[in-house]
Design a protein around this ligand. Sequence first.
Ligand code: SF4
Length: 876
Amino acid sequence: MPGADCRETRSACPYCGTGCGVLLRPDGAGGLAVRGDPDHPANRGRLCSKGLALGETLGLEGRLLAPQVNGQETDWDSALDLVAARFRQAVDRHGPDSVGFYLSGQMLTEDYYVANKLMKGFLGSANIDTNSRLCMASTVAGHKRAFGTDTVPGTYDDLDQADLIVLAGSNLAWCHPVLYQRILAAREKRGTKLVVIDPRRTASCDQADMHLKLRAGSDVALFNRLLTGLYEGGALDAEYLQHVEGLGGALEAAFASDASVTGLSDSEIAAFCRIWMGTEKVVTIFSQGVNQSISGTDKVNAILNCHLATGRIGKPGCGPFSVTGQPNAMGGREVGGLANMLACHMDLENRSHRAAVQEFWCAPAMPDRPGLKAVDLFRAAGDGRLKALWIIHTNPAVTMPEADAVRAAIKACDFTVVSDITAATDTARLADVLLPAAAWAEKDGTVTNSDRTISRQRAVLPPPGLARPDWDILADAGRRMGWSAAFDYQSPAQIFREHAVLSGLAGSFGLDFDISGLSRISDSDYESLGPVRWPVSRNRQGGRFFADGQFFHPDGKARMLPVRWRPPASAPDRQYPFRLNTGRIRDQWHTMTRTGRAARLSGHLAEPFADIHPEDARRLGVQPADLLRLSSPSGQAILRARITSDVQPGDLFVPIHWTGETAPSACVDTLVAAAVDPVSGQPESKAAVVAAERWQPAWYGFAVSCRPMAPRSEYWAMARTEAGYRAELAGVSPLADPEAAARDLFAQPEAGVQIMTDSGKGSTRLALFHNGKVMAALFTAPDPVAVSRDYLAGLPGTSAEGVLTGIPAADRPDPGPVVCACFNVGANTILNAIQSGGLVSIADVGTALHAGTNCGSCRPDIAELLARRPFRQAAE
Ligand code: SF4
């Protein structure tokens, strides 16, 4: 096994859709050493900070170790008998559409396959949707409209070969860091140009040749203008257009489009058209900024139109390229794990496809129309139409738009089952039945990344307690519901083979997803299966689609769509004057149930925040470190203000990761309206309207502790540290007795207390000690607390003196907030090295501290620190 030593096992990173290969080596104490797989085609050995910290996220703290029914632990037989009975009962009494599954792009393809088969073939409903609906449903719909099926045309090799890469609605530098570094490497080698289209300045803009800061939701108008520019400039490919229908209509709609809605200047738009038109090899990468919109599908088709019209598709270095957010969103699409899909890219509403799948599964009941998509699924749970709901590996109580209403809907549903690795999620707390699932490093199966590469995920640790893989839980439930033969699965390899055989049926209908070449794979070959890009059939293996101009509509041609700009669902007004954008941060993943466990990942941005433009901050009287209250028609949130011109005046940006477990007042999806794209059903998560005001509490606080804290104040946000935990706090009622509040917060009755009060300033500094060690400390004041947070975060468990000063002692320097999470290097450490070592470049910093030498996603931050140096010559 080249590249791996004999103690290492090949697997796949469970976070983003890049799909990096990892090498795992158990350390014998329940942990894992993790490194990038040099032989995996997606990452060639690289990992980002999240992938590199995987080994730190595996602890058993909070793991769900046994099934629970109504909060009481029980055995599998009792739990699954109950699940089977309640689902069968609901179907018998209220019909198949009274039940639903809500799944996750975190599931393995084999898990997904069994869930889809159980719901669509046996329970008889298409009410199976997934959090991928929030991620890339608009891409699926756009692909199907243009290509006749959901095909990603290109491969990652195209990123190495392109001369121009356009990032549309994608902060690739933070959300798919390894792909971004791959682009930078190509840029270094061949001078690839980079254009970023994003209302916000992101880390992806640092190396960009052009940043088009367009208005939220106006992408259709921009790409329509590009299409007319391509037409007027004589850049259409007449030969390729023989394979495409709809040019006239698409052009007519494009000419009717008004590019001024983008807010970009004529010269910016002209420059974009010039660079696109003048470059033969163009890849347009798009992601959530395009998809999460009420016109997401039209945006996708506006991009595809330009590539189809110019034949810039299916060739090396060319093509539209959707990058998925989740590790196995593509696998979910392949098995048909969405409410409007069947299996293997076959169509639910196509009679022949349906009959073929029904016969293949020997299925008693097949729905002939789409089921409820995510937003409608939870509405049905809330209004009583859904009687039984099974949620697997996802946390809709905080991640769905109008999250407060979704939480109430889950609570109201007659019977809710949650399969997860932890009971400590906002959704799991609402379940009637909790089922302990195996975690990433404990289960076997496959995942498919954004460029159609199927990789094996391998179990290297035993599941703890009674935890089981999802395919096994679902199959067991299916057998208990009465379908023993159909769900008699013994291994994921058996399920993979069945899926591969079924895909051969899709191939026989002339569809793209065909892996029938793997349908006879033996157990041992499945065990050793290396990365393989589909299709894998008799006729074809891997590669790009559409170079030959053959598409999947009945006439074999592609479609250009007439698409027109539509504004977002709500316009800012006097009551809600701000446009709210949401997204990810560099070092966290989704709701932080895993990444939140790694202290170095929490050290980069330890608290939820709202980015606000300086002009807006001035108008609202908001100072740095103030708290902001945001409100919308559906909810409220309190967040730390970050004043920055990265966002445009009138716009706000808030990250998506914080939940009831980590910062209950900062769950951004409470603010987001459940407006959806009419074609894809994808919610508009990046253009809600909100009001913003400075939130003035009676006191602010900062706390550190060696144990989890129990905050009760109106605002709190807690994060892991190497030494324990840190928390930001704020409350509306004055702290009459800070010591009592601290005792309550820290729950450490055995500890002695040191307290310092400044009654003039109204501030208190307090520390708890036990056996000469610092156990906890709390600093409160009427204004945002000014202490050295990263220094204090390292004190619990030490015998440090002078804690109450809140500033570092000479022998304990303050590292500052984490900049390089890969090597855990703080901002102050880098600044000191720059000053004392005379460092002038990112490379110098890398040599001195290793910072920035792995995934590279902190290099813009290092450049910014270098730029603070007055005598600096060059950042690189
Ligand atoms: S880019 Fe990072 S998060 Fe994404 S798959 Fe690779 S290592 Fe994992």
